[in-house]
Design a protein around this ligand. Structure first.
Ligand code: DGL
Length: 274
């Protein structure tokens, strides 16, 4: 019997830490396990089938660590794998466990941020091509126009740590320009990849001050708190030890270096074999 029943938080690499930080800030008493599949990041350019397989492996691993609830803190996984896992796999694995994503909670509120009714989405190629944001925002806010731009070079910039260097600036600028040229009316930009908040200072530096740049972490944290309030049968299964364990499928040192910069304190990740 496992004595801990943590909330599992998954991403292809370091990006999901931007979500975990907000969740832990809002609900510090639960136990958490973070898993980054850094060995196989980026997920953005990978096929639907591959992202689904990798995400399912990660979810199964987090379940095996005692998590009754897993958050896919990855837009690409949420776009390409979440529905199949929820609808086809969970009943075969354990129908009492739950997997939640980041796209639905975000699209439920993002329309409230814009005054012009024009939102820019920056995401991975996979997320943009899936059309998930266009479809889901269309349902929640039918009057809002969505403009999308994929930024395939950005996740590698974050995973390598190169985002801190000056050479990242033109790479960041290029994608922002490609988005902003789509409409003069964009007043809100959603960072629809959990890696991108690490680039937020540089993104803001390339934009006029009147454009709102929205990250998902706090939105997902609020939505999770609401979910747990509405689902006492899940809430009561989670343990309240206040612990956080970090795991990576890739090189521990590289993960720890990247994660520590972001987390603001030493991160000591262990290796996960999925
Ligand atoms: N953080 C993931 C997301 O939110 C990045 C995916 C990738 O590895 O390309 O989409």
């Amino acid at each position: 019997m496992q004595d801990k029943h943590p909330i599992g938080v998954f991403d292809s690499g370091l990006g999901g830490l931007t979500v975990l930080k907000e969740i832990v800030g809002a609900m510090p008493n639960y136990d958490y396990i973070y898993l980054g599949d850094s060995a196989r990041a980026p997920y953005g350019p990978r096929s639907f089938e591959t992202v689904y397989q990798y995400t399912l492996e990660a979810v199964n691993w987090l379940f095996s660590q005692g998590c009754p609830l897993v958050i896919l803190a990855c837009n690409t996984s949420s776009a390409k794998a979440l529905r199949t896992i929820q609808q086809n796999d969970l009943s075969a694995i354990d129908s009492t466990k739950r997997v939640l994503g980041v796209i639905r909670p975000t699209t439920e509120v993002i329309g409230d941020y814009t005054e012009t009714g024009h939102i820019g989405i920056l995401g991975t190629q996979g997320t943009v091509d899936s059309g998930s944001y266009v479809i889901e925002i269309g349902k929640a806010f039918p009057d809002v126009q969505v403009h999308q731009q994929a930024c395939p070079a950005w996740v590698p910039l974050v995973e390598s740590g190169d985002y801190l260097k000056e050479k990242a600036d033109p790479i960041i600028q290029e994608c922002i320009d490609k988005l902003m040229i789509q409409s003069d009316l964009i007043d809100t930009i959603l960072l629809a990849c959990t890696h991108y908040p690490l680039l937020e200072d540089k993104i803001r530096a390339h934009l006029p001050a009147n454009i709102a740049v929205v990250s998902q972490g706090h939105i997902v944290a609020e939505s999770l708190a609401t979910y747990l309030g509405r689902h006492p049968e899940m809430e009561s299964r989670l343990t309240h030890g206040g612990s956080i364990s970090f795991f990576s499928t890739g090189d521990e040192n590289a993960f720890n270096t990247g994660a520590s910069v972001f987390w603001g304190e030493e991160v000591d990740a262990k290796t996960a074999i999925l």
